[in-house]
Structure formats: C-alpha cells, structure tokens
Design a protein around this ligand. Structure first.
Ligand code: NDP
Length: 248
C-alpha cells in the first residue's frame, strides 16, 4: 500500500523540498499552502513529471475548520494518512521584545504552535492503532532558534519553536504505544524566502560567518533529515531532534 504524507506549508522553501523528496521516495503527497497557489501547483507539477502523485489543498493550519477540511480532502482523495510534516511556519519583522504586541504574538503562535497541534491531532486520530489505524510518523519543524532565543531578531518566533520542542517530547511519549513516532528537525540558517518576512532577504549571507561550516543550508538538506525520520530506518527513534544547522 502506498504511503500518504501531508506536508503543511509545502508550496515553498523547506516544505516544497520535503514534498518533492517524499514523492521520489514513493509517498503520495498532499501539498498544503496558505495563499501562494502558483507555487503549490508548481510543486505538484514537478512531482507529476517525476511519475509521482500529489494534490494541493489551500488551508490555514491555524484555523480549526480549515484543518478539518484539509484532512477530509486527504481522506477522500489520497486515503489513509501515514505521515505528517508540520512545516508551515511564520516569523515577522526583526525587532526587540519591547516592540512586540499581542496581535503579533497571536499570529506567530497561531500558525507555528496551534497549527502544529491541530494538524498532529487529526493525524493521530487517523494513524493510531487504538482506532484501527496503521501507525505512522510525524516530524515537526522546530529551529535552532529554540536553543538560541533569537535575541534582537524575533524572540516570539524562537519561543514558538521552544513550544514545538516541548510538544514533540510530550506527544512522542503519549502516542508511542499507538504505533506513532514523533520527532523534530531543527534547521539553522536555510536559504528560503522566510527571511524576507523578517525584513532581511539576505540574512543568511550576513550570518553565515557564525556557522562552523561557513555557509547557509539548502532546503533539500533539511528535507533529507525529515525523510529519514519519517522512514522505517528511524524505527527506534522517537521524541528526538536532529539539528541541521552546519554545526551551530
Ligand atoms: P517559507 O517562508 O519559505 O515557506 C513557508 C510556507 O508555509 C509557505 O508555503 C506558506 O504558504 C506556508 N504557510 C505559512 N503560514 C501558513 C498557514 N497559516 N497555513 C498553511 N500554510 C502556511 O518558510 P521556510 O521553508 O523557510 O520554513 C519552513 C519551516 O522551517 C518553518 O516552520 C520555519 O519556522 C522552519 N525553519 C526555517 C528556517 C530557515 O532558515 N528558513 C530555520 C529554522 C526553522 P504560502 O506559500 O501560501 O504563503
């Protein structure tokens, strides 16, 4: 039976690279996105050119009704889910904590934390062998920011990734006996469009000198770690973290 994977925020960046690599490895893939339909369709077109199977679904992972519709679409069009990558994430303009208001905190935590919880909840309901599911694997995108705290840039974002680390440990222990493994990848400075949201598109070029490997990472390099954690090669790995950060 083919494996079915949902990657949230898969139209661009790390999510897109993960969706493409997963299709090469034989997954049927749901490419979720928020606004950028063209980018998501381009990922599906690449997958189809390679002989794979993928669908796009527009859904805001922070909105419960959207998440329910996203999963119902997967149930109907791809079948039983076996893997989830909680990748959708946002950050806002660089600044200090003094400048962060409640509305911004709500936006950042809504997508990064609440979105990951809601998507994992629906995945567990489907994967759990206690409900007749076939088990599965979840990978959460955390960040090195969870360790560093991102001072003077976005402590709110870093704190949301700290929450993802706690979530990963707790959920992994909670669902281990239901046949589900839960792990996280912590990328460092990766070349994607996310840094433009912080107001500095070339941020990786500025900060790469602080990385022992002296360069930013590629989305494809993060995807390799995600796919390993999803695979049976990682069958005894749960509640674990892989830093893909050039030694930082
Ligand atoms: P990008 O900004 O390149 O892409 C983000 C993707 O998430 C887009 O496809 C976007 O959709 C989607 N998205 C945003 N909000 C939502 C939402 N509410 N619901 C559904 N989809 C949403 O990000 P990256 O690839 O750089 O980051 C991916 C993950 O990796 C994030 O969790 C990020 O925090 C983490 N990470 C990234 C690092 C980096 O240096 N790039 C470092 C450490 C962690 P659309 O295309 O429609 O806008």
């Amino acid at each position: 039976m083919r494996k079915v994977l949902l990657v949230t925020g898969a139209g661009r960046g790390i999510g897109a690279a993960t969706a493409r690599l997963a299709a090469e490895r034989g997954y049927d893939v749901c490419v979720n996105y928020l606004h950028n339909r063209e980018a998501a369709l381009a990922v599906v077109a690449d997958i189809e050119r390679g002989g794979g199977n993928a669908i796009t679904v527009a859904a805001d992972v922070s909105a419960e009704a959207d998440v329910m519709r996203l999963y119902e679409t997967i149930d109907r069009q791809l079948g039983r889910l076996s893997a989830l990558v909680n990748n959708a994430g946002v950050l806002e303009r660089q600044g200090r904590v003094e400048a962060i208001d409640a509305a911004r905190l709500q936006r950042v935590f809504a997508t990064n934390v609440i979105g990951s919880f809601l998507c994992a909840r629906e995945a567990v309901r489907r994967m759990s062998n206690a409900n007749g599911g076939g088990g599965g694997a979840i990978v959460n995108l955390s960040s090195v920011a969870a360790r560093t705290g991102s001072p003077n840039e976005y402590v709110d974002y870093a704190a949301s990734k700290g929450a993802i680390d706690s979530f990963t440990r707790g959920l992994a222990a909670e669902v281990a006996e239901q046949g589900i493994r839960v792990n996280a990848v912590r990328p460092g400075f990766i070349h994607t469009e996310m840094h433009a949201s912080g107001g500095e598109p070339d941020r990786v070029e500025r900060v790469k000198a602080f990385v022992p490997l002296k360069r930013g990472g590629r989305a494809e390099e993060v995807a390799q770690a995600v796919l390993w954690l999803l695979s049976d090669e990682a069958s005894y790995t749960t509640g674990a973290f892989i830093d893909v950060a050039g030694g930082r």
